[in-house]
Design a protein around this ligand. Structure first.
Ligand SMILES: [Fe+2]
Ligand SMILES: [Fe+2]
Length: 203
């Protein structure tokens, strides 16, 4: 069973220690820096938009925790959970990492808060009717993306955030994604883009 390898008890006093220990067990400790950066950014956005700062920090620390699962094992892991796999996810199993991070957050780290789990589940693609808390983690991850160059959409996203437009910030990123960096169209991202385009047009 693939899932028995990854759904294991965690050790450590604080969530940070637990996350680090879990990553170390799979040789993925270098990812901790990205998790911490996204957690801090999500906390800042939560403060700006009147959301739960502590929950945002926890969501950030755990959003990519399934990095420990190699992409070639993701479909097997999902099958063992009995969860439906979308065509886009079958084509690009890395897309499953958002849902699998939520599973690990819940089963290994004991996260029960639905808002945290929801935000982790859609942190890569977003989804239709996303909450402000979902947007908060989504956009924090895009501001602190795990590539070396500066995100090309960063200035525009930050301008939208400075104007208090969290949803517009997400739409700016999604528009950039669909025009520049998309490998597979995930239906959740498409639905989110459509809905945000419509709802922000009428404002
Ligand atoms: Fe991710
Ligand atoms: Fe990430």
């Amino acid at each position: 069973m693939v899932k028995e390898t990854y759904l294991v008890p965690v050790t450590g006093e604080t969530l940070e220690e637990q996350v680090m220990n879990y990553l170390i067990a799979f040789g993925k400790q270098t990812v901790f820096c990205h998790l911490k950066e996204v957690a801090s950014q999500a906390q800042l956005l939560a403060e700006q938009f009147g959301l739960d700062k502590s929950a945002a920090y926890q969501a950030g620390l755990l959003h990519d925790i399934s990095v420990v699962i190699p992409d070639e094992e993701r479909v097997g892991f999902q099958n063992e959970l009995g969860t439906i796999i979308l065509q886009a996810e079958r084509h690009l199993p890395q897309l499953l990492h958002q849902q699998q991070s939520a599973v690990i957050a819940e089963r290994c780290f004991g996260v029960t808060e639905p808002a945290i789990l929801s935000a982790i589940v859609c942190h890569t693609t977003l989804k239709e009717a996303a909450t402000d808390f979902d947007h908060c983690l989504f956009i924090a991850d895009k501001i602190k993306w795990d590539r070396t160059r500066k995100p090309p959409y960063l200035t525009e996203v930050c301008e939208a955030l400075a104007a208090g437009e969290l949803q517009r910030a997400s739409l700016i990123y999604l528009e950039w994604l669909f025009h520049h960096d998309i490998q597979v169209i995930h239906p959740w991202a498409l639905a989110a883009k459509k809905q945000l385009t419509q709802s922000l047009k009428v404002l």
